[in-house]
Design a protein around this ligand. Structure first.
Ligand code: NAD
Ligand code: ZN
Length: 358
């Protein structure tokens, strides 16, 4: 399936293509877009698993690429790695007319997007996302960033690619923990935006967990379509795009507070969605029956993971640092039902009570 991201006043638009086996056509697609040098940015893990296939597709159409391999991990999404990549690009003679292809998860896509936005004031960018998070979330929407020791994603830009090439088959080698991480984002977008997809996930959750190829392809396609629809309506995160923060207000704080417990982003967002549901029920926005169904689904993904031991007071302060506090209230995305998100400001006592009832 091809999803067109329409042109805006500042951008000419681009295509997101999703198909099982699409990696073998990467060379053909990229050749149509670029007529100069190509640098491929990837990480060690993805390089070992999949680079041969990408290289083969380049070779088939006579494309020659330079490859830059970075270490694996969020801790490398920083300005040291940024500078190292720039040095390699200079060594390879990458110029203003060249193209950067990112081939990896959200970390590779984010850092590569920021490189493409800034190297020689901007060069062509193509994303080939390889993790579930990258395929349904980070490669769509043009947000690119690196971390600073004091804050995550704080140095960045909005920069759109020329093309996003998504092959769901790549997800078959993703470690289970990373796959589940992405499923939380899939469930999140379905809950805030699409009844049909939400039902589909509830009915097919076992097939999804088993990574049945057709089911995964459908899920990736629908999530990518929904995210595109949202970013088209709100490219610079002024309003609508905020609904994508469902579960993230509390989730981010939990990640910060629970980092010594090594809590994953997905699980933290899972707990965040459960807390948002608790608050929605507490304020009578949603009835118990609907809540239960959603809780069951999220519970299946959380599995046996326990909520990290946290101090409600600390979490409240951490959420405050996340720019969401206004008049001593924190802004949460709550639910009136599936595809009916609302934004509400919550006071500390209600938050603490919801947390106790979790
Ligand atoms: N730009 C955005 O809008 C946006 C949105 C969400 C997340 N993000 C960013 O994305 C990052 C998280 O993304 P992520 O979870 O993909 O992280 P990641 O890039 O670290 O990938 C997760 C792990 O999966 C491995 N991996 C990736 N593809 C694989 C494959 N096909 N087979 C085997 N292993 C594979 C990676 O090597 C890594 O170990 C964070 O830095 C976050 O800030 C950005
Ligand atoms: Zn997230």
């Amino acid at each position: 399936m091809k999803i067109k991201v329409a042109a805006t006043t500042v951008d000419k638009g681009y295509t997101i293509q999703i198909k099982r086996g699409l990696l073998s056509e990467a060379g053909k697609i990229i050749k149509r877009i670029t007529h100069d040098r190509i640098a491929v940015l990837t990480n060690k893990t993805v390089h070992e698993l999949w680079y041969r296939d990408l290289h083969k597709s380049f070779k088939q159409v006579g494309l020659k690429e330079n490859v830059i391999v970075i270490p694996d991990g969020e801790q490398y999404k920083n300005n040291r790695t940024y500078n190292r990549i720039i040095s390699e690009m200079l060594d390879y003679g990458i110029n203003r007319h060249s193209t950067l292809v990112t081939f990896g998860g959200g970390v590779t896509g984010d850092i590569g997007g920021f490189i493409a936005a800034t190297y020689m004031r901007g060069i062509k960018l193509i994303h080939i996302p390889t993790s579930l998070i990258a395929q349904i979330d980070s490669s769509i929407g043009g947000k690119a960033a690196i971390d600073h020791p004091r804050a995550k994603n704080i140095i960045g830009a909005f920069y759109n690619p020329e093309y996003v090439l998504i092959d769901p088959n790549l997800l078959m080698t993703l470690p289970r923990r990373e796959y589940i991480n992405g499923l939380f984002e899939a469930v999140k977008i379905a809950i805030v935006r699409d009844k049909k997809l939400y039902k589909y996930i509830c009915v097919n959750i076992d097939k999804i967990l088993d990574r049945n190829a057709r089911t995964v392809e459908y899920l990736v396609t629908e999530c990518a379509r929904l995210k595109t629809e949202i970013i088209q309506k709100d490219p610079f995160e002024k309003k609508l795009r905020m609904i994508l923060n469902f579960g993230h207000t509390f989730g981010h704080a939990l990640e910060t507070a629970g980092r010594y417990n090594n809590i994953s982003h997905g699980i933290a967002v899972g707990w965040g969605m459960l807390l948002a549901l608790q608050l929605s029920y507490h304020y009578k926005y949603i009835d118990l029956e609907k809540c239960r169904e959603i809780i069951d689904l999220i519970g299946k993904l959380i599995g046996r993971n326990k909520m990290p031991k946290i101090s409600p007071e600390n979490i409240w302060i951490t959420m405050g640092h996340d720019k969401k506090v206004k008049n001593n209230k924190v802004r949460f995305i709550l639910l009136e039902g599936i595809a009916r998100p609302i934004i509400r400001e919550i006071d500390k006592n209600s938050f603490k009570k919801a947390l106790r009832d979790l």
